[in-house]
Design a protein around this ligand. Structure first.
Ligand SMILES: *[C@@H]1O[C@H](CO)[C@@H](O)[C@H](O)[C@H]1NC(C)=O
Ligand SMILES: *[C@@H]1O[C@H](CO)[C@@H](O)[C@H](O)[C@H]1NC(C)=O
Ligand SMILES: *[C@@H]1O[C@H](CO)[C@@H](O)[C@H](O)[C@H]1NC(C)=O
Ligand SMILES: *[C@@H]1O[C@H](CO)[C@@H](O)[C@H](O)[C@H]1NC(C)=O
Ligand SMILES: *[C@@H]1O[C@H](CO)[C@@H](O)[C@H](O)[C@H]1NC(C)=O
Ligand SMILES: *[C@@H]1O[C@H](CO)[C@@H](O)[C@H](O)[C@H]1NC(C)=O
Ligand SMILES: *[C@@H]1O[C@H](CO)[C@@H](O)[C@H](O)[C@H]1NC(C)=O
Ligand SMILES: *[C@@H]1O[C@H](CO)[C@@H](O)[C@H](O)[C@H]1NC(C)=O
Ligand SMILES: *[C@@H]1O[C@H](CO)[C@@H](O)[C@H](O)[C@H]1NC(C)=O
Ligand SMILES: *[C@@H]1O[C@H](CO)[C@@H](O)[C@H](O)[C@H]1NC(C)=O
Ligand SMILES: [Cu+2]
Length: 628
């Protein structure tokens, strides 16, 4: 009996080892011409001459190897595997200037990692705001132990996306410009499903599909529904949840939903599948924009395809109602609760930036992971990562809470790399003190088994509270997944268990990672400024422009812009001098603000030298406000 058990165990472990597979993908990234909305042909970033780019498939336990070759000719790229924990392989997370140097044109780079989690994910470039030019696609991890396996017949992948006719680099420079002082985001030209429109999905009656819906957009969330049908949500962002019925979901950029869709018994009619971009996100809705995309469930090829019926009101399912299938209980109260205040504001160069606690993200000279690996015991000191990476250094195996207050009237989907997180609360108040009061008087209670996901919407001037356990040493970004806001700085850097990370990765960074840095002429040792001698001296690090002089408002910048446009050079020069001149009072204000930040966050330490440097840099480095 005992022997049989041992044998069985041995057999099972043999079976699981042989089941683990290496999934190798050879991906050459290059340009191809496409016209996915039938309105405009343009070049897009394809893979091996294909676009839509191929999906990556794996099974839990597999090792995935992606051999990337960059044939874009004139620009770097990278690949990030959105939602994967990358446990033990933070250096394979694909984030340029955080976990690697960007992969230069005409170079190769290998990503290799083990997949330990089932579910619906995607992969995309993580260099600048690059992926909306096409370098984004599904990543599906199959699960031999899917708890809902007996409830469906077939699987189906369906991507949602927004689409631009112009290429990102030009759009980004007009977005981050003194001529766009309110930070109005470029509005997409159309919406897509599976990178096309009017897709026909043939179905048989009385079958259940496990439909994996992935929003691979750079900006727009979509309302999604299937006319005449309801469905059951069983997965969000890779985490199984107990089935709940819905007839409409709201899928932000980067979110995924796994739904069970049972087809009708009667196959006389066909039905529209509708995606409607959320136009609340757009500052101005251009004339003639069709925010909607339609596909069809085709039961009967003889029958007509119905036009989608307009809905008067969007009433999507509230994801916070979901309960994870594994019933993971609410994490205990955290030692560290970190409050981040989100706002949009202009800096001295007249450009509109996005801030977490008055810090707008600027890439460090040395990728943050390499700073961890070359800063010894000082890796626990946030100073070495530079103010503008907004480092949040975490101890190993702690419960961490993030309270996010959105002081912006826009909606934002926030994503944390390397983790999923528990969602404790989401509300319409951004005052910052609603939480403790409402919790103590019992008006708010946190769910016992909170919903978990990796990308979460915060509502306009609202808040959310999330928790996760720092059980995954690595450098992980926390950022808004609207690419425009990544470009304007809505990112902070989680440096999780840096000492454990050093041990984990000692001697493990492959040479092609350093080759990428060498080819780009980027340093890969030392602090954020590349200083390898005195790690606490970050002089010369990349910094954001300084603050606007007191009293300067977006309206002032609009006036400036107007004067530029009108070519009133005399007036403009005066305004420019007004902008560039920093009075001593202003300088003091700036310094004390940074001091206050250091104190309030308890995270960033700034020396007098650095604080003074903010100002110098702001003055020196950003002449693009100059009206010439
Ligand atoms: C990459 O190779 C192409 C073709 O040989 C060449 O035109 C291009 O200049 C190269 N790009 C870089 C950055 O070296
Ligand atoms: C990935 O899995 C293989 C065996 O399947 C193992 O040898 C290797 O150490 C794993 N890598 C990491 C980073 O965990
Ligand atoms: C959508 O694209 C994926 C590959 O990215 C493909 O597997 C799937 O079949 C397509 N879905 C439909 C409904 O055609
Ligand atoms: C639908 O399928 C189920 C089994 O999946 C079967 O029991 C049932 O009879 C079918 N109904 C019709 C109307 O075909
Ligand atoms: C199809 O018919 C079966 C019984 O034959 C029933 O249980 C099921 O609810 C029907 N499905 C739909 C979508 O009407
Ligand atoms: C859909 O709308 C178009 C244009 O309004 C119309 O020509 C067509 O007949 C409609 N199709 C159906 C199936 O109603
Ligand atoms: C898009 O769909 C929404 C919701 O059904 C509808 O209100 C709107 O009129 C549609 N817009 C266009 C251009 O079809
Ligand atoms: C880090 O600190 C520990 C304990 O204080 C010490 O043993 C170790 O030598 C230090 N390591 C480095 C690289 O300074
Ligand atoms: C509890 O606190 C919240 C938040 O301050 C407040 O809105 C609510 O009115 C309070 N309720 C009671 C019963 O005191
Ligand atoms: C990472 O791996 C460690 C060690 O196996 C494990 O304890 C931890 O839960 C893992 N974390 C994640 C996020 O998978
Ligand atoms: Cu955002």
């Amino acid at each position: 009996m005992a022997l049989a058990k041992v044998l069985l165990l041995a057999l099972t472990s043999l079976a699981t080892t042989t089941l683990a597979d290496v999934r190798q993908y050879d991906f050459t990234v290059g340009w191809v011409d496409r016209n996915p909305d039938g309105q405009h042909e343009r070049r897009v970033m394809g893979i091996n001459g294909q676009w839509p780019i191929p999906a990556i498939y794996a099974t839990v336990g597999d090792q995935v190897v992606v051999n990337l070759k960059n044939e874009l000719g004139d620009r770097p790229c990278s690949l990030h595997f959105h939602g994967l924990y990358m446990n033990g392989t933070s250096h394979m997370d694909g984030v340029a200037q955080s976990t690697q140097c960007p992969v230069p044109a005409n170079s190769s780079f290998t990503y290799s990692f083990n997949v330990t989690q089932p579910g619906t994910y995607w992969y995309h470039s993580h260099v600048d705001g690059q992926y909306p030019d096409g370098l984004r696609g599904p990543l599906i991890v199959h699960d031999p132990e899917n708890p809902y396996a007996d409830q469906f017949d077939e699987e189906l992948v369906l991507t949602l996306s927004d689409w631009y006719h112009d290429e990102m680099p030009g759009l980004i420079s007009s977005f981050l410009s003194v001529t766009n002082p309110t930070g109005a985001e470029p509005v997409p030209n159309s919406a897509l499903m599976n990178d096309t429109q009017n897709l026909q999905i043939p179905v048989e009656p009385n079958k259940t599909f496990f439909m994996r819906i992935i929003n691979i957009a750079g900006f727009a969330a979509q309302y999604f529904w299937i006319e005449g049908h309801t469905f059951r949500i069983i997965e969000v962002d890779g985490i199984y949840h107990k089935p709940l019925e819905a007839d409409m979901i709201y899928v932000t950029a980067a979110q995924r939903y796994g739904i069970l869709l049972t087809t009708k018994n009667d196959s006389s009619e066909n039905f529209a599948i509708v995606g409607a971009m959320d136009q609340d996100l757009f500052d101005v809705v251009p004339d003639g924009l069709n925010p909607n995309v339609t596909s069809y469930l085709v039961y009967n090829t003889e029958a007509s395809l119905p036009n989608a019926t307009f809905v008067d009101e969007f009433k999507p399912f509230d994801d916070i109602l979901l309960e994870p299938t594994d019933e993971l209980a609410l994490f205990e109260d955290p030692i560290l609760s970190y409050t981040v205040d989100v706002k949009m504001d202009n800096l001295k160069d007249g450009v509109n930036y996005a801030f977490f606690n008055d810090v707008t993200f600027v890439r460090p000279k040395v990728p943050t992971l390499y700073t961890v690996l070359t800063s010894g015991n000082l890796s626990t000191d946030p100073t070495v990562y530079g103010i503008n990476t907004h480092p949040l250094v975490l101890d190993h195996n702690q419960v961490v809470e993030i309270v996010l207050n959105n002081h912006d009237p826009g909606k934002h989907p926030f994503h944390l790399h390397g983790h999923d997180f528990q969602v404790l609360a989401r509300g319409d108040d951004d005052s910052g003190d609603w939480d403790s009061e409402a919790l103590s008087n019992g008006t708010v209670t946190y769910p016992a088994t909170p919903m978990r996901r990796d990308t979460l919407l915060v509502r306009p001037n609202g808040h959310f509270v999330i928790r996760f356990r720092s059980d995954n040493p690595g450098v992980w970004l926390f950022h808004c997944h609207i690419e425009w806001h990544v470009d304007s700085g809505l990112t902070l850097t989680v440096v999780e268990a840096p000492l454990q990370l050093q041990q984990q990765l000692a001697g493990k960074i492959p040479e092609d990672h350093y080759d990428a840095c060498r080819a780009e002429g980027m340093p890969y040792e030392g602090n954020a400024a590349g200083n390898t001698v005195n790690l606490l001296d970050t002089q010369g690090m990349n910094m954001s422009p300084g603050l606007l002089p007191t009293g300067f408002t977006p309206r002032g910048i609009v006036a400036l812009t107007f004067s530029i446009v009108a070519g009133l050079l005399g007036v403009a020069v005066i305004v420019w001098y007004g902008l560039s001149e920093i009075t001593p009072t202003e300088q003091e204000r700036e310094e004390s603000k940074i001091d206050a930040l250091a104190k309030s966050s308890g995270i960033v330490e700034v020396t007098g030298v650095n604080a003074a440097e903010v100002d110098t840099k702001g003055k020196a480095g950003h002449g693009n406000a100059r009206p010439v």
